[in-house]
Design a protein around this ligand. Structure first.
Ligand code: TRP
Length: 453
């Protein structure tokens, strides 16, 4: 595989491009769809607090660890482990990441497809004049269908494939840079409308006032899973993106900016959704459909709601797209570097295979909704298994690898960029990734799944 070193690798063009691409990966449906639904199901404030603790104490260090692996090795998620620990079984962590990527994209593209349906509904002014109850019914009718949700999923996967096809710099970097700030602005505008609805205060209380009686181990596991999912950590997305980052980039600062951006957008999504949830008498524990039921209600109550609705669903679809691209890129980078396929061939094979698996996730809201294993649908299992099992497990292996195998000397070398970046917190970072993070994740995992006690 030595010849790989001679091949020029695609890379991100600028510092801003790196942040835009990594933040583009992190910010997506995880923030705007998943965060509110999981927070709603887990009782609000106390969940948020635990989530924030996990972002800071585990999420950020894991993100930095992943970027370190990727930039050091200059390889895909699996090849990186192979290169840094030749002849050892660490590449299995990369393998697990590929499996997680398949599973995430399979169900993520279902919801991403919903954003396209809602874009069309916004354009055709279909929310107008409907009561909260009618908006819920029309959502359920769409979701429970067969043809439309499947078509949208396929369309979305096609778009994802198209961007990955075009390569890292031209495809991924170009779009994210402009659109992310616009999304942020629009969310703030919608927050203001939501906050000024009658009865909005109750939503803020729900989101920000911790009620610790709601906290159980499964709730804590959900918080960990959501933190990992939202930051795009634990499956090699950031190893892969790290491998495209130039050697003079300040990785700790990049990781900090990306995790801060992601967290701010998740909290703002909460501020956008929960006041409206209470104002419109919607159950915060509604589940997968929560934001799709709440948002049209807000647009209906908003001056310029027609316009804002369209703009929002365009931006949401794009935010989802910059995330799906980063997941597909993990598989494509692996196929093309390790299995020696051309980038085009790798993209087609991966996208088609994932779309096929994804169809079952989509159908589990319709014809397959009765098919449940232990009370979860196929969609529910993909969601749960990837976020709550594969990502935390991946995160443990990643930090243990960086902490114990790569070791402090290599980490310092990689993060200091030939001594130009000062690393005053290196010892704390090493301590967290060697001990604190692995033990904390393992504990949450064991108790959250009820393996002990
Ligand atoms: N973080 C993205 C979101 O919030 C989804 C995502 C992209 C992801 N890449 C990932 C999740 C890698 C886990 C792992 O929408």
């Amino acid at each position: 595989m030595g010849n790989l070193d001679l091949m020029p690798r695609d890379s991100f063009g600028s510092k801003l491009g790196v942040i835009a691409a990594a933040a583009g990966s992190a910010v997506g449906l995880g923030n705007i769809w998943r965060f509110p639904y999981v927070t709603g199901q887990n009782g609000g404030g106390a969940f948020l607090l635990i989530y924030l603790m996990f972002i800071l104490a585990i999420g950020f260090p894991v993100m930095l660890a992943e970027l370190t692996i990727g930039r050091r090795a200059q390889r895909n998620a699996l090849g990186s482990f192979r290169k840094l620990a030749p002849g050892k079984p660490w590449y299995m962590v990369g393998m697990m990441g590929i499996v997680a990527a398949f599973m995430i994209l399979a169900f993520y593209s279902t919801i991403a497809g919903w954003t396209l349906e809602y874009l069309v509904q916004a354009v055709t002014n279909s929310f107008d004049g409907k009561t909260a109850g009618e908006l819920k019914t029309s959502f359920e009718k769409f979701q429970g269908g067969t043809f439309r949700p499947l078509v949208w999923q396929v369309v979305f996967m096609f778009l994802t494939g198209y961007i990955v096809f075009s390569g890292v710099k031209n495809g991924i970097e170009k779009y994210t840079k402009i659109l992310m700030p616009v999304l942020l602005l629009l969310i703030i505008v919608i927050c203001i409308r939501s906050l000024t609805l009658p009865g909005a205060k109750e939503g803020l209380v729900f989101l920000f006032k911790p009620d610790f009686s709601k906290i159980t181990w499964p709730v804590i596991l959900d918080a960990l899973g959501q933190a990992a999912f939202s930051l795009s950590i634990g499956m090699g997305t950031l190893i892969t993106y790290g491998s495209y980052i130039q050697k003079d980039n300040n990785l700790p600062v990049t990781a900090l900016q990306v995790s801060a951006t992601d967290t701010i957008i998740a909290i703002l999504a909460g501020v956008m959704i929960f006041p409206a949830v209470f104002a419109f008498n919607i159950d915060p524990a509604e589940g997968f459909g929560l934001v799709f039921i709440v948002l049209p209600n807000i647009f209906e109550q908003m001056a310029g709601g027609y316009f804002f609705g369209i703009l929002f669903f365009i931006l949401l679809a794009i935010a989802a797209l910059t995330s799906t691209v980063s997941v597909l890129e993990v598989v494509v980078a692996y196929f093309s570097e390790e299995l020696k396929m051309t980038r085009h061939r790798a993209t087609i094979i991966a996208a088609v295979a994932i779309t096929f698996v994804g169809l079952f996730a989509t159908l589990s809201f319709g014809p397959l909704s009765g098919f449940k294993i232990l009370d979860r649908t196929i969609f529910g299992w993909f969601d749960f298994l990837s976020a709550n099992i594969l990502l935390p497990l991946g995160a443990i292996f990643i930090v243990v690898f960086v902490g114990w195998v790569l070791g402090k000397k290599n980490v310092r070398e990689e993060l200091s960029n030939d001594g130009t970046v000062k690393l005053p917190l290196l010892n704390i970072f090493m301590w967290i990734i060697k001990l604190v993070a692995p033990l904390a994740i393992a504990m949450v995992f064991i108790y959250g799944l009820g393996l002990i006690g």
